[in-house]
Design a protein around this ligand. Structure first.
Ligand SMILES: Nc1ncnc2c1ncn2[C@@H]1O[C@H](COP(=O)(O)OP(=O)(O)OP(=O)(O)O)[C@@H](O)[C@H]1O
Length: 279
């Protein structure tokens, strides 16, 4: 039965004391100046994220998802506005953030184990202190038997699992994942969703996740932020009302499908408006 009350749809509220929120994006805007004029990649973003939440960003291609995540991760600076994490303004990438991208970008000459430990070496931390954590993460992601393999000997899904372990090795306060599964086939992607949901039950990290798959976003997230293109803003904020641990059967639930349908319609409405404006 359709829940017309949509209690899972919330206003994109902000806390009274913005800096007290774990992540606080305060009127952040990003304009790129190009030879062909200004590109308003993010028109205005204003929201907070609580510690421990898994938050997905979805929206049409080019709506500014990666730019927004890059600003939170300190990889891009907002043109105006302010972003804080743990009360500290973000001005550069931080050692206590983890990053996972669409392409696993593993070092081909290093083993799985050494790839996972690579951030520890580059950050000049004592590797011996992290051997146990590398083992734990590789076991949680079913990669322990492959620890001595090189990336070329792994499947695409396995390489992304290594990249996720590498993103988690330094016990980051925040993990950012930009379309980590988009290059995988549908069956592998389903497996990766289950793996990531189970992993999250173990690691309990704050995460920001970008995907073009609405079902993936709703399945994995505590919260889904839907973005619109031009103006690039957040147009819906959904608190996914399913408990953890997440079960695969959740995807058969009518409420799950209703939320996915709402997200799809919201994205299409924004897209249609943009087409109208262009005419
Ligand atoms: N470095 C840059 N210089 C100029 N324009 C940029 C730059 N990075 C992104 N853009 C533009 O900003 C807009 C938002 O890009 P962004 O990559 O953030 O969108 P997205 O929603 O992540 O897209 P996709 O889903 O296709 O990955 C796009 O119009 C893009 O062309």
């Amino acid at each position: 039965m359709t829940d017309t009350r949509r209690t899972w749809l919330q206003p994109t509220s902000v806390a009274a004391d913005r800096d007290a929120s774990y992540i606080s994006v305060q009127a952040a805007r990003k304009t790129y100046t190009t030879r062909n004029g200004d590109v308003h990649a993010v028109e205005r973003a204003d929201f907070d994220i609580a510690e421990g939440d898994f938050v997905s960003l979805v929206g049409p291609s080019g709506c500014g998802k990666s730019t927004l995540m890059s600003m939170i991760g300190g990889l891009e600076t907002p043109t105006t506005g302010r972003i804080t994490v743990g009360g500290t303004p973000i001005t550069a990438p931080r050692r206590d953030f983890g990053y996972v991208f669409q392409d696993a970008t593993l070092l081909p000459w290093k083993t799985v184990f050494d790839n996972v430990l690579f951030p520890i070496r580059t950050q000049k931390r004592p590797v011996a202190d992290y051997l146990g954590e590398a083992e734990r993460l590789l076991k949680l992601t079913d990669l322990w038997a492959f620890r001595d393999k090189r990336p070329a000997e792994l499947s695409g899904g396995m390489r992304q699992r290594v990249a996720i372990c590498r993103g988690l090795i330094n016990d980051p306060r925040l993990l950012m994942m930009d379309e980590p599964f988009s290059a995988l086939d549908a069956i592998t992607r389903d497996d990766m969703n289950l793996m990531l949901a189970q992993l999250w039950d173990q690691v309990h990290k704050t995460a920001i996740f970008i995907t073009h798959s609405i079902r993936e976003a709703v399945y994995l997230s505590d919260r889904v932020l839907v973005m619109n293109a031009r103006p690039s803003r957040i147009v819906a904020d959904i608190r996914v009302p399913f408990p953890r641990p997440r079960r695969a059967e959740m995807q058969e639930d009518p409420l799950f499908n209703e939320i996915c349908g709402f997200v799809r319609d919201t994205i299409h409405e924004g897209h249609a408006r943009r087409q109208d404006t262009a005419i």
